[in-house]
Design a protein around this ligand. Structure first.
Ligand SMILES: Nc1ncnc2c1ncn2[C@@H]1O[C@H](COP(=O)(O)OP(=O)(O)OP(=O)(O)O)[C@@H](O)[C@H]1O
Ligand SMILES: [Mg+2]
Length: 458
């Protein structure tokens, strides 16, 4: 599996890691921020409590009261230190670890006096947290006490937590990266299989190569199904193309073989006037009409047939066609029953529509069987628009074959109409022309009863 920065795999992993990283950092900052605040609050409140306790250790009746608290202030070990001041703010006594550089600002002193409450504040450089309180005796201020702790020591567990969280975030990111790549690889594996299979597909093997469908409900499964159905359609189109080619070659070969035979026979005969020219002519005519049909279909296929649409009188066209068939009908002792409305005007290509009518009439005559009547009707403006129908009482089409009669070269049961000439192209041309016009073609047929073709023109 090759790696590329453009790949979905890379982009998904990066995106996912980035989101994960942002969420982790956000949560970590939230936790650390709250913990930091909590520790400071707790540290300050504990210093404040201590600032009350000192007073209990002092006997203010003694002249130098600071000595009274010596035991207590000396017992305070780093990081906590206590300093005692007199009313004027001069240092009287302190714990060993009390920072010498610490000054007791007058502003704080005044603040304590005015609000009569301990004041908790941070030293200017932010190194210490300090709780300052009054020392009272009989409602008289005797001095002040400062309880001091380094901020660093208050936040010691915060630093520990910070390091721990940095480590966790890094570990989580590495794990997420590895896990993410693994999961995304798993998810995209079918895609690589699709690419490989599609790459392998060759025109000749189109029939056999299909994509495996692992989960037909997910996107990749649906993509595989879509590609498979596309392959089916391409395969079908290629098969029908191949069949068309071989059928066409076959159709051309038969008359050519007959022509060749006739020519050879006539060349062997001394009297060349006896050449069965009429037979040759029939075959040549057949070849011409076949090549015309093939040509027309090829033009349908590459969509180079242009409709020369115009408004014309379909009634006239149908009547002309029937006149042309009159002789054939008479010869075949067919009675024609016609019901043709006058002046049915339609929009279409008269040359192509004429072809449709000729093909349908030709079929009704060819497949008339024992039928004696052919009905042709053209009715104006019923609910389907104008309707042209051609009905015979001939051999009919088996129900299961009706679906195929519009296929190229399809002829129902070759042996059944063996003696009836045809190539199986007529109806396929009819269908293409009707579709191009946007008309509707319907067929109803019953075996040995007859067939009706109906064209609805809207
Ligand atoms: N009116 C009909 N009655 C019975 N069968 C029909 C009728 N019209 C068509 N068919 C069947 O449908 C097949 C296809 O018809 P189509 O017109 O396409 O071909 P064809 O008549 O055999 O040859 P072509 O029209 O190319 O000379 C016919 O071979 C025939 O079996
Ligand atoms: Mg036909």
């Amino acid at each position: 599996m090759s790696f590329s920065f453009q790949s979905i795999r890379f982009r998904l992993t990066t995106f996912y890691i980035l989101i994960f990283f942002i969420i982790l950092v956000f949560i970590s900052i939230l936790i650390l921020w709250n913990y930091h605040g909590y520790l400071l609050l707790k540290g300050k409140s504990s210093l404040r409590d201590k600032s009350f306790v000192v007073g209990a250790w002092i006997d203010f009746t003694k002249p130098d009261f600071s000595h009274q608290a010596d035991d207590y202030i000396h017992s305070q070990e780093s990081p906590i230190a206590v300093g005692l001041y007199d009313r004027k703010g001069s240092l009287l006594g302190k714990s060993p670890s009390f920072p010498n550089e610490l000054k007791f600002p007058v502003s704080i002193q005044n603040q304590i006096i005015s609000i009569d409450e301990p004041v908790v504040y941070e030293s200017e450089d932010g190194t210490y947290v300090i709780a300052a309180n009054n020392l009272f005796e009989n409602n008289v201020i005797r001095g002040f006490v400062l309880v001091v702790q380094t901020k660093h020591s208050i936040l010691e567990s915060f630093n520990y937590l910070l390091n721990l969280m940095l480590g966790c975030v890094a570990a989580a990111l590495i794990l997420a990266f590895i896990g993410g790549i693994y999961i995304i690889n798993q998810m995209l594996a079918p895609l690589n299989r699709i690419i490989a299979t599609v790459n392998d597909i060759q025109a000749e093997k189109l029939r056999y190569n299909r994509l495996p469908i692992i989960n037909e409900k997910d996107e990749l499964g649906r993509l595989s199904i879509t590609i498979n159905s596309l392959l089916d359609r391409i395969d079908k189109a290629m098969q029908s193309q191949k069949k068309f080619l071989s059928d066409a070659a076959h159709e051309l070969r038969t008359p050519l073989t007959i022509l060749k035979g006739n020519t050879e026979v006539s060349m062997m005969k001394e009297d060349s006037n006896k050449i069965p020219l009429s037979k040759n002519l029939t075959e040549i005519n057949h070849l011409i009409s076949l090549t015309n049909d093939l040509l027309l279909m090829a033009r349908f296929d590459n969509q180079s047939v242009k409709l020369m649409k115009q408004r014309f009188d379909l009634s006239g066209l149908v009547k002309d066609a029937l006149l042309n068939f009159e002789l054939s009908f008479k010869e075949s002792q067919i009675q024609l029953v016609e019901n043709i409305n006058e002046h049915v005007l339609i929009d279409g290509d008269p040359t192509l529509i004429k072809r449709v009518i000729y093909n349908l009439l030709d079929n009704s005559l060819k497949y008339r069987g024992a039928g004696k009547v052919i009905y042709v009707s053209l009715l104006k403006n019923n609910e389907k628009g104008s309707v042209l129908s051609i009905k015979d009482e001939g051999i009919g089409i088996p129900r299961n074959k009706i679906a195929y009669i519009f296929d190229r070269f399809y002829r129902v049961q070759e042996d059944r109409n063996k003696e009836i000439e045809g190539t199986g192209l007529g109806l396929s041309i009819v269908k293409s022309i009707i579709d191009m016009h946007g008309f509707k073609l319907e067929v109803e047929s019953e075996l040995n009863k007859g067939t009706t073709f109906t064209i609805a023109i809207n």
